[in-house]
Design a protein around this ligand. Structure first.
Ligand code: CFM
Length: 551
């Protein structure tokens, strides 16, 4: 075992040996646990052609370890379907599941008129009780669908199965089918019981399958706009989607559908009329991108609107795809215009933030994307990791063929998708694709987080509470980014903590205006020491004593 790292001594973080840190993180674990964790804690090394070391990812969390992860239901209902405003999203389960997935993610929506349906302020649940668990909940589900229909007359109702529903075996799909026939609206169900798979990632896949099977492609009405794209994997957290929409419109780019920030049923139904799928969060929505490519001939590209530089790069990539000088010129104009204010604020915050350390442990894409924003501020991401991403999100899609399906992943259906006999229309000919590729344009690819991270940084998958605390003690980062479950323990250690899921009460952080918001927020946080001034009672007076009440 390596000697314990002396965290009290003055140090330059770069002089810390990452190997020693890794050894220390796993030293406390029993042998079997250490063996598993050692595969998930990786010291980054970017080789030739951007090859990186293998990361253990998308595997079960070890019982007893406090994980950041959520459940399959959260990924399906909360993440993918939740931000759509005119579906009635009905949770079939005990009330807690519906309640805790109700707007805590801060996904925003804005119906264009007051008359348009917006069910987001409501929480729909069958509120299962003990009695229903014993005698079955299908009757209650039928009644709930009827009630929701009578009151709201929605275009669609989607039903989400929770753990107890899966355990007692309610046939949610059959009830959905029956009620669809009875009421004449689109009703479908998701078997996204919380225990499916190893994290919310399973729920993303289930949601992608369901939305593709039941809604995408139902409406062939052609839309307007010259450059028509779908924005996949953007969920309008803290208004990010509004900011993205602002500059896309300014460029003359039309968003046919967003999956699923600020979206509607009709957007999904007409999504197959777009000419390009742009994928922001690869983890949660790559399945829809792939399936739309196969069925309708719409290629997808990876983009990232987190960071002003990344936003500019992504806009240029979209313009290159359409190969129209009119769009290219407009995009350049917009970027030039937007960057004036960005550069001003960036220069200002850089003076105070340059060289400070950040750690990011979030979800399945933000731990990567937000590194761009920190880099723009001159800050270094010393360690990062995803909660539930797969190896391709770390190492790039090139590793996909080598990933073996384990029993947990096998429980998630893989849809067999073929070209639509009438509506398959390749948006680019084979020659056009080749020509673009020759110029370095990449279709259907994501190079992952690690290729972009410097050598010697620590990549930690599904970080535990214990590892979080040790990393903070060792590196003393200027800021730690994670979620609500981690927030208070980190602040108690005197370290500023930014929630990158819900943004605390801030945002938007996407695009150009979002970047400015982020620079200012992080500058404020890393340059105020408020948390380090606070001491817990046991820190100021370690000799607290207590007696038993019975004494
Ligand atoms: Fe994609 Fe997301 Fe994320 Fe995600 Fe999420 Fe989220 Fe996230 Mo929280 S879809 S993977 S399941 S970018 S809710 S908007 S912030 S963990 S990094």
């Amino acid at each position: 075992m390596t000697a314990k790292i002396d965290t009290q001594a003055a140090f330059e973080p770069e002089t810390i040996d990452p190997n020693a840190v890794k050894q220390e993180l796993i030293a406390k674990y029993p042998t079997k646990v250490a063996r598993k964790r050692t595969k998930q804690i990786v010291i980054n090394k970017v080789g030739e052609d951007f090859t990186v070391p293998e990361v253990g990812a998308n595997v079960r969390t070890i019982p007893g370890i406090i994980t950041q992860r959520g459940c399959s239901y959260a990924g399906c209902k909360g993440v993918v379907l939740g931000p759509t405003r005119d579906f009635v999203n009905l949770t079939h389960g005990p009330i807690g599941c519906g309640f805790y997935s109700w707007l805590t993610r801060r996904n925003q929506t804005k119906p264009p008129t007051a008359e348009e349906a917006n069910f987001m302020p409501y929480c729909f649940s069958t509120d299962l009780q003990d009695n229903d668990i014993v005698f079955g909940g299908e009757k209650k589900l039928r009644a709930a669908i009827q009630e929701a229909y009578d009151i709201f007359k929605p275009k669609a109702i989607s039903i989400f199965a929770t753990c107890p529903v899966g355990l007692i075996g309610d046939d949610v799909h059959n009830v959905a089918k029956e009620m669809k026939e009875k009421l004449g609206i689109n009703i479908f169900a998701f078997s996204c019981e919380g225990y499916k798979g190893v994290s919310q990632s399973a729920g993303h896949h289930i949601a992608n399958n369901g939305i593709f099977k039941h809604v995408v492609g139902l409406d062939d009405t052609p839309g307007e706009g010259k450059y028509r794209i779908n924005l996949l994997g953007e969920y309008n957290i803290g208004g990010d989607g509004f900011e993205i929409e602002r500059f896309l419109q300014k460029c003359g780019i039309t968003t046919v559908a967003t999956f699923s920030g600020n979206s509607t049923y009709d957007q999904f139904a007409t999504a197959h009329n777009a000419d390009l799928n742009t994928v922001m969060c690869h983890r949660s929505i790559n399945y829809v991108a792939e399936m739309m490519d196969k069925k309708f001939g719409i290629p997808w590209i990876k983009i990232n609107f987190i960071g002003a530089g990344s936003s500019a790069k992504s806009l240029r990539k979209i313009a290159r795809y359409f190969e129209d000088p009119e769009l290219t010129d407009r995009v350049e104009e917009v970027i030039a215009e937007e960057m004036v204010e960005v550069e001003k604020v960036k220069a200002d915050v850089r003076a105070r933030c340059e060289g400070k350390l950040a750690m990011l442990f979030v979800g399945g894409s933000r731990a990567h994307h937000y590194q761009d924003l920190f880099a723009e501020m001159g800050m270094k991401t010393i360690s990062a990791g995803y909660e539930f991403a797969h190896r391709d999100d770390y190492e790039g899609r090139r590793v996909l063929p080598g990933i073996k399906l384990d029993s947990d992943s096998r429980t998630i259906e893989e849809l067999d998708v073929h070209p639509d006999p009438d509506r398959y229309r390749p948006r680019k000919s084979a020659e056009q694709v080749e020509e673009l590729a020759a110029k370095g344009f990449t279709f259907r690819d994501y190079e992952g987080m690690m290729a972009q991270m410097p050598e010697g940084t620590l990549v930690i998958d599904d970080i535990s509470q214990y590892e979080t605390e040790r990393m903070i003690e060792i590196y003393k980062p200027a800021i730690f980014c994670a979620g609500i479950k981690e927030k208070y323990a980190i602040q108690k250690k005197g370290i500023p903590m930014k929630q990158l899921h819900s943004y605390d009460s801030g945002g938007p952080y996407a695009g150009f205006k979002g970047a400015i918001n982020f620079y200012r927020e992080i500058d404020r946080m890393v340059n105020s020491k408020v948390w380090s001034y606070l001491k817990a009672p046991w820190q100021t007076n370690p000799e607290l004593a207590a007696t038993y009440a019975c004494e």
